[in-house]
Design a protein around this ligand. Sequence first.
Ligand SMILES: Cc1ncc(COP(=O)(O)O)c(C=O)c1O
Length: 373
Amino acid sequence: MHFQPFKLERYFAKHEFTAPYILCASDCDPLPLKDLLSMIHGETMKMWNILKLGYSDTQGLPELREEIAGLYRSVKPEDILVLAPEEGIFISMNTLLEKGDEVITTYPGYQSLYEVARSLGCHVKFWKPRFKNGWNFEPEDLEQLISNKTKLLVINFPNNPTGSTISKKVQQEIVDLAKKNDTILYSDEMYQYLEYEEENRLPSVADLYEKSVTLFGMSKTFALAGLRIGWLITKNHQWLNDFQIFRDYTTICNSAVSEILAIMGLKAQEQILRRNHEIIRYNLKLLNRFFTKYDTLFDWYIPKAGPIAFPRLKGNIDANEFCKDLLKSKGVMLLPPEVYDFDGNHFRIGFARRNMPEALNKLEEYIEENSYI
Ligand SMILES: Cc1ncc(COP(=O)(O)O)c(C=O)c1O
């Protein structure tokens, strides 16, 4: 095998379906099918009832691509390829990159955003954030890394795992740097629309830069990870065509059932987003209270966007051991730092699940029982 194991996914595979409390999930509380169906009426319900369970259009159902295009200012259905989000990363990186290419990625990050490039023999450099009153990705640090040798710049805002994002001004600076160096900009936008303040919502890179590939999908923002529906957008139709040629060797097309359910999710986006933001807002209040109470134990900051944060365990307690012992004794799953290969004793916490308050109580019990403070 040419790939290093995907540490985060292996850790989830081992514990996600046995641990009673998942306190590190990055998706919003999964929406029950009956709730989604109850939000939909008329023509879409008719599509559901007459759906034939055959193969579907390999680029993605045209009606779904229409609905997706509606999320953007300048994107057309023909600029879109619908596939599973993780599959989108795998296919596009394999298509765009070759051995020896230079790639820069935001880091820490979702492993496939750099591991696929690395496995292809690319030279991967990391753009790291500074930690001061939260995490900040500074364009001046990117400027030090990028040059006209950089083939691909990978960014992920809102960011997994830091919960940070950038301003529109910084986003434009990144686009300008990519343009100046003739670099392809790869923007993973899986957590788009999960900014807590409307003014922090970024436009999609798809609407800002022709030489870009963007990724978004139903998994996080729309609470529908089980559909396995996401999409790549690029206005470069040669690349899009190459992605499709590669895709014939992975899944060929999407689940026809999931495509209709994704249309429903997009049509009900206002309702779903309201629900998800309510859960996040409520849980973040509890987290702030918790981390203020235990501020001698944790370095906490208020994230700006998304369902996750990356606080630090202070002192000389090893966060890997802490996470594992917590899981064993209380059934609470946090993500240990080792899955991100990132120094500094930071762990990932998630707060878009409805049962987060119970999980947090269990964490508090654990801290008190073990006299950590
Ligand atoms: C930044 C980022 N990109 C892509 C993905 C892949 O999404 P999916 O698991 O729905 O394939 C994830 C999942 O956690 C993610 O966090």
